[in-house]
Write a protein that binds this ligand. Structure first.
Ligand code: UFG
Length: 342
C-alpha cells in the first residue's frame, strides 16, 4: 500500500508543488488547508497534472479538537509536511499575536498529535530568515542564527527550537527543518503557481504582474547596497526543485537515514543574483517590456544572502538543477495563464 503523507498548507504555493512531486513518486497525499490564503480550485489543477485528486480537509491546525478529529479519521498517516502558516512579513509586524498564535500553536498541536497517534516523521517549512544578515557568506548550517527581523521570522526560529527541544525528549519523533532561500517560478504546465492576494510583496510576482499590465511599474528597493550593482542579492530557487527537496527529506526519514532525530538543512541553489540581474534576466528570457524605477530601501530588508548547499547536497544526495532562465520563463508562463494572456 502506498505510504500516506499529510501535507498541511497543500493548496498553497510551495505546498501544491510538493503534493504533485509526492504523487509523482507514488505517495498517497492528504491535504489539510483552511483556504485562508489559497483556492480550492488548486486541487483541480493538481488533478490535471497528476491524474490524482488528493484527499482534502478544510480546517485550521491551531484548532486542537479538529486536529485530533483529523488524526482519528486518517489513521494511516506515516509522515507530515507542515507548510500551513501565516507568512506575510509586514502583516506580522501589525498582528504579532495572530502570527505567534497561529504558527506556534499549529506546530505544537501537530507534535502532540504525532505522539498521541504514532506518526513519526515531520518535515517543517523554515526559512533563511533565521540567519538575518550573516557576517560571512555563503551561509552554512553552522552559521549562527540571528535575532529575527519580524514576528514572522521569529515564528520560524521558535518553531525550530520547539522541534529541537521536543525531539530531545522524544526519540520516537523525527523532524527535519528545511531552511528555504527564495522560492520562485511555477510548475512547467503553468497549472499551479504563486497567486498572491492583493499587491504582491515578493519580487517575482510583482515583476510578472507588472509585465502583465496589472501594475504600473516595479520599484527596485535600493541601489546603494554594498553589492556589485548596488541592488540586494538573494538565492532564488525554483519551486519544483524546492518541492523535490521535501520528497527527498521524507525518504531520508522513512529510510531511517537521519543522523539525529532533529536535523536542519539549507535549501537554495548556492548562487546569488541581484535584484537588477533578476529583472534583466526576466526581460531577456521572456522578451517583454518591464517598467521599473529605483526607489529607497525597504525597511527590514537584508543586503545579501545566499546558501552554501554542500552539507545538504551531501547528506540528502540532492541539489537544485533548474536554471534561473527556465524558472523565470515558468513564472511568466504561469502569470499569462492566470490572466488569459495570448
Ligand atoms: N524587491 C524589490 N521590489 C519589490 C519586491 C522586492 O526590489 O517590489 C526586492 C527586495 O527588496 C529584496 C528582493 O527583491 O531585495 C527579494 O524580495 P522578496 O520580497 O521577494 O523576498 P525577501 O528576500 O525579502 O523575502 C523572503 C521571503 C520571506 C522571508 C524572507 C527572509 O519571501 O518569507 O525572504 O529574508 F521572510
Amino acid at each position: 500500500m502506498a505510504k500516506q503523507i499529510l501535507v498541511t498548507g497543500g493548496t498553497g504555493y510551495i505546498g501544491s508543488h510538493t503534493v504533485v512531486e509526492l504523487q509523482g513518486k507514488g505517495f498517497d497525499v492528504v491535504v489539510v488547508d483552511d483556504l485562508s490564503n489559497s483556492q480550492i480550485t488548486v486541487l483541480d489543477n493538481i488533478e490535471k497534472i497528476t491524474g490524482i485528486r488528493p484527499a482534502f480537509e478544510q480546517f485550521n491546525l491551531a484548532d486542537r479538537d479538529k486536529t485530533d478529529a483529523f488524526f482519528q479519521k486518517y489513521s494511516n498517516i506515516e509522515a507530515i509536511i507542515h507548510f500551513a502558516a501565516f507568512k506575510a512579513v509586514g502583516e506580522s509586524v501589525q498582528k504579532p499575536l495572530e502570527y505567534y498564535r497561529n504558527n506556534l500553536t499549529s506546530l505544537m498541536n501537530l507534535l502532540e498529535c504525532m505522539n498521541k497517534y504514532g506518526v513519526k516523521h515531520m518535515v517543517f517549512s523554515s526559512s533563511c530568515t533565521v540567519y538575518g544578515q550573516p557576517d560571512v557568506l555563503p551561509v552554512t548550517e553552522e552559521t549562527p542564527r540571528k535575532e529575527a527581523e519580524s514576528p514572522y521570522g521569529n515564528t520560524k526560529a521558535i518553531c525550530e527550537d520547539i522541534m529541537r527541544d521536543y525531539c530531545a525528549t522524544n526519540d520516537k519523533i523525527n523532524c527535519i527543518a528545511l531552511r528555504y532561500f527564495n522560492p520562485i517560478g511555477a510548475h512547467p504546465t503553468a497549472l499551479i503557481g504563486e497567486l498572491p492576494v492583493g499587491v504582491p510583496n515578493n519580487l517575482v510576482p510583482f515583476i510578472t504582474q507588472t509585465a502583465a499590465g496589472l501594475r504600473e511599474e516595479l520599484s527596485i528597493f535600493g541601489d546603494d547596497y554594498d553589492t556589485p550593482d548596488g541592488t540586494a542579492i538573494r538565492d532564488y530557487i525554483n519551486v519544483v526543485d524546492l518541492a523535490e527537496a521535501h520528497v527527498v527529506a521524507i525518504n531520508r526519514m522513512l529510510d531511517e537515514k537521519q543522523k539525529a532525530n532533529y536535523e536542519f538543512f539549507n535549501v537554495g541553489t548556492g548562487s546569488g543574483y541581484s535584484v537588477n540581474e533578476l529583472v534583466q534576466a526576466f526581460i531577456k528570457v521572456n522578451k517583454v517590456d518591464l517598467k521599473y524605477k529605483i526607489v529607497g530601501r525597504r525597511h527590514g530588508d537584508i543586503e545579501k544572502i545566499w546558501a552554501d548547499t554542500s552539507y545538504g547536497n551531501k547528506e540528502l544526495g540532492w541539489s537544485a538543477s533548474r536554471t534561473l532562465e527556465e524558472t523565470l520563463e515558468s513564472a511568466w508562463k504561469w502569470e499569462k495563464n492566470v490572466r488569459g494572456i495570448e
